[in-house]
Design a protein around this ligand. Sequence first.
Ligand SMILES: Cc1cc2nc3c(=O)[nH]c(=O)nc-3n(C[C@H](O)[C@H](O)[C@H](O)COP(=O)(O)OP(=O)(O)OC[C@H]3O[C@@H](n4cnc5c(N)ncnc54)[C@H](O)[C@@H]3O)c2cc1C
Ligand SMILES: Cc1cc2nc3c(=O)[nH]c(=O)nc-3n(C[C@H](O)[C@H](O)[C@H](O)COP(=O)(O)O)c2cc1C
Ligand code: SF4
Length: 669
Amino acid sequence: MTTELKKLFEPVQVGNMWLKNRVVYPPMVVNYSDPVGGVTPQLIEYYVETARAGMGLLTLEATMVMESQRVLSGAIGIHTTPMVPGLNAIVDAIRTEVPDPPKLSIQLIAVGRETEPEFTGTEIVGASDKPSILHPVMKGTCITRNLRDGAPRALSTEEVVELEDRFADAALRASMAGFDAVELHAAHGYMLAQFLSPFTNNREDEYGKDRTLLIHNIIDKIHARLGPDFPIIVRFSGDEYIPGAATLEDRRELAKKLQSWGVVGISVTGGIYESAPYIVAPSGLGVGVHIENASRIKEVVDIPVWGVGRIIDPRLAEKYLQEGKVDLVAMGRPFFADREILKKGMEGRYSEIRKCIGCNTCVLRIFGQKKCKCAINPAPGHHLGEVAFEESCRRPAEKVKKVLVIGGGPGGMEAARIAAQRGHHVTLWEKEGSLGGNVRAAAAVSFKENFTDFIDFHVNELKRLGVKTELNKEATEKDIVDFKPDVAIIATGAECILPDIPIEKPDMAKRASDVLLGKESVGENVVVVGGGLVGVDTAIFLAEAGKKVTIVTRRTSEFSPTTGLAPDTDGLTRIYILFMKMPGLDIKIVDKSHYHRVTSEGLVVLDADQKEKLIPGDTVVFALGFTPNNHLKEALMGKIPEVYTLGDSREPRKIFDAVHEGAGIGRQI
Ligand SMILES: Cc1cc2nc3c(=O)[nH]c(=O)nc-3n(C[C@H](O)[C@H](O)[C@H](O)COP(=O)(O)OP(=O)(O)OC[C@H]3O[C@@H](n4cnc5c(N)ncnc54)[C@H](O)[C@@H]3O)c2cc1C
Ligand SMILES: Cc1cc2nc3c(=O)[nH]c(=O)nc-3n(C[C@H](O)[C@H](O)[C@H](O)COP(=O)(O)O)c2cc1C
Ligand code: SF4
């Protein structure tokens, strides 16, 4: 074992629990439950595989204490006694199947105003009748599924007392199911957070006069049922990042109170729905996102405190521990992106870690009522089951084949990796001087520069697995046929579209991906055509380089789930980009306008009234989508025994599709 991670792998005491190390898996709803919130075989397998990853404490996802308090369609429940055997099956499976299992905690949730009647089957209630979504940045994003007409109904005092009892009942059931601890979800703007925050609690009863009364009573009631030693952990947002909401100072006071009431550990996260990017930080927010707040909270209490937010490398976790900022570290998505992150860290195999890139595809999926899956690791949530999927990726090939992968983007690299892992003889041809495909274009943008971690992972893996990678090698039909592969995998991606319109000076018109990849230069005054993800990325890239930028979009620029700028990215990243990143940059937006022609003066558009209008600029950059690069497929049919196409060369989409299809073909051949 490497000594580099000494502190991380040190045992630590939280209440009456001894954890084998200082790593916590935070709660993560994965939407694997049955329609009534019951445990499924997929959920059991998911938690067993998560537990195998070696953390000291595993926290089960937000689990509803009342049926009317469901967070998402696929979230689990502990609201009735018949839910106990299912939860117990998770606990038992972990304790019997996982050597040296982690301690197990379960997060208890009431959602309050942050849900939908379609999930709860009843009216929406909250600490107060203050409507959700007060901040313009949240209007209409994927996460604002709770954008409703009207306000939630404020719970009556009697109902609040009932809620206390429901939390205590749930904790009793958690103990019956075999959990070592419970975690109260008082973060992210859900019910307990609503009561604690001045932003959402304007009650006039005693629960408004003392905003901590609800959580205090819940803690007391749990202790009354389970004894004072039953470990209660509280998760709260160290800062709610909204004017008038809870601040770090408020949270330091809260932490002291929680300690005095017998809470044994504090999990610090951040944000509420109105400041949603802090809840699950996109890559642009950096790493160790809530560590500083956790460290300020740790200053005022003696109980263990942990922080969360893109701790993507075990060495980073070790650093925070060594610096004394936190007592433990919580890592969620990093385990989703690589189940072996701790094992690889322990063995010093850092370059083999597939680091979470913070793309938030996982979050986009759960808020879209889909099962949680990772863009870069196809195993969790796979329909075959995670174990069966992993086995199929390692299963030795029945017949070792000569495999040629054409294109070294995410799809080609993943196909090559899995095929080589299974023993095939794999060669990869890439026409550019480096691997990564359009992920390199994405990584040129400041808030996605860490996407290169994903490329680095594959470069190392392909080398380790003996894939023969040839760069600057553009495959032609003849080259491929002459190479005589048994299998040709076409992973040639897609080309940025240049529209067929009059262009007076051809060198004024550029493709967005060429600009991002540094293949083309631009002037000082740039018109970017296209308001989707790539257009917005390009505009920010150019504005940060000091250019004057105008985005031209056909759609409205008004923010809504399906329109406005960058509607094709996940809600949290979108809010981050549009409301935290773009303000302050020299970017103008011309909406409801269609590109018409390029003159030496700039771009001529047709506005909503079909009137011509000149948008001045010395360069026009097109980000109008992609066309698949698939001509080799037809050409090779009948000439090579097996031909497959994947990723953007099949249909332009996202990293998720390229990687998942690449893995599928790598397993199949
Ligand atoms: C600016 C930008 C930002 C993006 N941001 C995101 C994001 O945030 N999240 C997300 O999920 N997706 C994002 N995408 C989309 C994502 O990058 C693509 O969907 C993904 O890269 C597709 O992978 P692929 O392997 O199919 O193709 P590509 O990544 O396009 O790779 C194809 C590779 O094939 C090579 N090639 C082509 N022809 C030949 C040939 N004849 N011989 C040899 N090699 C050849 C190319 O040089 C290239 O390296 C972004 C795209 C861009 C342009
Ligand atoms: C898919 C998904 C589901 C989540 N569900 C919960 C949840 O049930 N309860 C909670 O407190 N936080 C939840 N979170 C937030 C995580 O616990 C964690 O704080 C966040 O992902 C940042 O940490 P990370 O960068 O290590 O993933 C969720 C995050 C993701 C990505
Ligand atoms: S989908 Fe993206 S953000 Fe989510 S775990 Fe995977 S890499 Fe990380």
